[in-house]
Ligand binder design. Structure first.
Ligand code: HEM
Length: 420
């Protein structure tokens, strides 16, 4: 048991040199126990037991206004006065507590019912096949650029009602805004990314969805944005700022994460080729591969909370106002919970924390699972003898972990209908 300050760990977390394989560092942190950084108001939890307890704890909230210290830059941090306060209060529902969280989540949840998600399968398959067709024509395949990235962004744009020609702009914004999820991003601690760039990206996304909402108000479509506008217009279900914040949340949550799931699973399969061989013939194997990737190399490595009241854990006392960082990726390799946790084993029983737990449990989990299932199955069936051509580089993000490229050599990419 320890609550000792251990700043070296946090520096390790932020150090780009650890991005390719942060797991030895996570193991050391878990063995050390809960850490209070520099004796200050930030606590890092790494065991499965502690993370699962706090994720479900009623005093562990997400509204940053409960924090003892101002936390990093929010996208609104350079706005002055009333507007800043107003927007801080209407941050996306990922950062809001009940009752606002419950109200907003309920509205959006309708778009992610199992039936709605299942109905998307044929379209997702068509998008994945078209992506592989383009790579086949070019004669080159980078799994990130050619499959893992375009698939989820096309799906979330279609779901939201974003015109296909606007996708490239949204990609750039969303990659930048995903950095706001990193601890101390855009501050003097990391120096990156430039806070001014973060604010600019946030403002541009905001303006973009304002304009799109105006267009959908005039001519509603068969999309989530039009459905949310109808909810806004039918009473006080959500305000205009909440509508815009919800679109931004879905854009980032809906694809930055799923890109990494498809990419991390592809890398795991390339490193465990017998599993790739099984997947080629048994499509149902994709489910276990995806769950094991979510445990073994999760796209979301950590989630934050703020203690609204004191929380007592077996090895640490958390004070009211403390910020709590839960390293889900460390909890997912806790030997108290998983046998031989460093082994990639799709056959294991898998109660990972990759989608969180409790009230903020990932709303898009069924969609993410379906997209990854289709992408991996199409990849395994169509791409013959894929091999890595080098060590994949990793993205700079700390919270969202995944490679920025997976360039491959291969024997051939079979036509989409080869297995029908
Ligand atoms: C592999 C892909 C994904 C992973 C690993 C993932 C992970 C997570 C995690 C860990 C949380 C909880 C955050 C917290 O407790 O603070 C979360 C929340 C959320 N996710 Fe996902 N996510 C993924 C895909 C998606 C997709 C595809 C969508 C939507 C299209 C989505 C929408 C959301 C939303 C709206 C929330 C906020 C829920 C709330 O606050 O009630 N996610 N996600």
């Amino acid at each position: 048991m320890t609550t000792a300050s251990s700043p070296g760990f946090f520096a390790g977390l932020l150090n780009p040199a650890n991005r390719a394989d942060p797991y030895p560092l996570y193991d050391r942190m878990r063995e050390h126990g809960p850490v209070r950084l520099g004796g200050g108001p930030v606590v890092v939890l790494t065991s499965y037991r502690d993370c699962a307890t706090v994720l479900r704890h009623p005093a562990a909230v997400v509204d940053r206004r409960h924090a003892a210290l101002p936390l990093g830059p929010t996208p609104t941090h350079d706005l002055a006065g009333e507007r800043a306060a107003e927007l801080a209060g209407t941050h996306s529902f990922l950062f809001r507590d009940a009752p606002d969280h419950t109200r907003l989540r309920r509205l959006v949840a309708k778009a992610f019912t199992p039936a709605v998600v299942r109905a998307m399968a044929p379209r997702i398959t068509a998008i994945a096949d078209a992506a592989l067709d383009r790579a086949a024509e070019r004669g080159r395949l980078d799994v990130v650029a050619d499959l893992a990235y375009p698939l989820p962004i096309t799906v979330i744009c279609e779901l939201l009602g974003v015109p296909v020609e606007d996708e490239p702009r949204l990609r750039a914004w969303s990659s930048m805004l995903a950095r706001t999820l990193d601890p101390v991003s855009g501050t003097a601690v990391t120096g990156r990314p430039d806070p001014a760039e973060l604010v600019r990206a946030n403002n541009e996304v905001h303006e973009y969805f304002e304009l799109l909402a105006r267009a959908r108000r005039r001519r509603p479509g068969d999309d989530l944005l039009s459905a949310l506008i109808a909810a806004e217009e039918s009473g006080d279900a959500l305000t205009h700022d909440e509508l815009i914040a919800t679109c931004g949340l879905l854009l980032i949550a809906g694809h930055e994460t799923t890109v990494n799931l498809i990419a991390n699973a592809t890398l795991a399969l390339l490193g465990h080729r017998h599993h790739l061989a099984i997947l080629r013939t048994a499509g149902a194997f994709a489910g276990p591969v995806i769950e094991e990737t979510l445990r073994y190399d999760p796209p979301v490595q950590l989630v934050p909370r703020i203690a609204r009241d004191a929380i007592s854990l077996p090895d640490i006392e958390i004070a009211s106002g403390d910020m709590i960082v839960m390293l889900l990726a460390a909890a997912n390799r806790d030997p108290e919970m998983f046998d031989d946790p460093g082994r990639f084993d799709p056959a294991r029983e898998n109660r990972h924390l990759a989608f969180g737990l409790g009230q903020h449990f990932c709303l898009g989990a069924p969609l993410a699972r379906l997209e990854a299932d289709i992408a991996l199955t199409r990849f395994a069936r169509r791409v013959r003898e894929p091999r890595l051509t080098g060590q994949p580089p990793y993205r700079e993000h700390v919270t969202l972990r995944g490679p920025s490229a997976i360039p491959l050599s291969y024997k051939e990419i079979l036509p989409a209908n080869a297995d029908s």
